[in-house]
Ligand binder design. Sequence first.
Ligand SMILES: NC(=O)c1ccc[n+]([C@@H]2O[C@H](COP(=O)([O-])OP(=O)(O)OC[C@H]3O[C@@H](n4cnc5c(N)ncnc54)[C@H](OP(=O)(O)O)[C@@H]3O)[C@@H](O)[C@H]2O)c1
Length: 280
Amino acid sequence: MSTVGSIPSVTANGAKIPLVGLGTWDLRGRTCARIVEAALRLGYRHIDTAEMYDNEREVGEGLHASGVKRGDVFVTTKVWPSHFTPRELERAAHESLARLRVRQVDLLLLHWPNPQIPLRDTIGALCKVKRDGLTRHIGVSNFTVKLVAEAVQLATEPLVCNQVECHPFLDQSKVIAACRKHGMAVVAYSPIARGSARNDKVLARIGAAHDKTAAQVCLRFLVQQDIVVIPRTSKEQRLSENAAIFDFTLSAAEMAEIAGLARRDGRLIDWSYSGNTQWD
Ligand SMILES: NC(=O)c1ccc[n+]([C@@H]2O[C@H](COP(=O)([O-])OP(=O)(O)OC[C@H]3O[C@@H](n4cnc5c(N)ncnc54)[C@H](OP(=O)(O)O)[C@@H]3O)[C@@H](O)[C@H]2O)c1
C-alpha cells in the first residue's frame, strides 16, 4: 500500500486541522486499533473519536503502536450530552484522556446539543477544560446556525469548528456560512454518505474523467471548499484511496454539477432526540 503523502491543513481560530482525518465510529476492538495504526503509518495525522464510540482505548492503542510522535497527530474526541453539567464534563474529559493514554487532546467537542442543560454552563465548562490544558482546542458538533451564534457569544475561548453531517447529497450551505462567519472550520462527518457515494452515477462519471473513484470525487468536492473530511473505513486498502484526493482538481462546472445533487432533506443521521429539526 502506498503512503498518502503530506495532507494539507486548514487554519481556524488558531487551530491547524489536517483536511483528512480517520473517522472511527463503529470501529471496535482489534479492527479499530489496527486501522488507526495503519492510517498513521500511511500518513494520516488526524483521528476522530468520541466517548460514545466506546473505542477510545483502542484508538489510543493504535496511536501509541504507530510510532508517530504524539505532537504530530491531531486527536479529536467528544463529550456526550448526558455529561454536559460542568462537573460531569470535566470528569468525562479526564476519563477520555485516561482511555486514550494522552495528557491532552487536540480538539474536544460537545457531541450534540442538549436542550436540558443551559448552554452557558456547558460552554463555560468546555472553556475551563481548555484553560486547564486538557485540550488544545474546543468546538461543537451538530450545532444549528442559531446554536453556533449562541455558543460563540458565550465562549471565552475560541471555538474552532462545528462538526456536522456534510456530503454532496445534503444542502448544508447555511450552517457552513454560519461557521465561516465566525472563523470556524466545518468538519464533515459521514462525508461519503455512509458509503453510498460510491454508487452515485454523477460522481462515478466525473471520477472516470480524472481516473478517480466516486468516493474520491465526493471527498475532493468537500476539501476543495476547505471542508475537513473524516471518512471511516474498516479496510486498510481504502485508507490510501480516501486520502489520495490532493493530486487532482475539480473544474467549476464539475463542482456545480456535484453541488446540484444536494437536497434539503438529504440527512442520513437521525438527530430528532437533540430537540432540533432543522440545521438553520
Ligand atoms: N459528530 C457526530 O455526531 C458524528 C456522527 C456520525 C459520524 N461521525 C464521525 O464521522 C466519521 C465518518 O462518518 P460515518 O462513519 O458515518 O460515514 P462515512 O465515513 O461517510 O462512511 C463510512 C462507510 O463508507 C464505507 N467506505 C469507506 N471508504 C470507502 C470508499 N473509498 N469506497 C466505498 N465505501 C467506502 C465504509 O465501509 P468499509 O468499512 O467497508 O470501508 C463505511 O461503511 C465517523 O466514523 C465518526 O468519526 C460523527
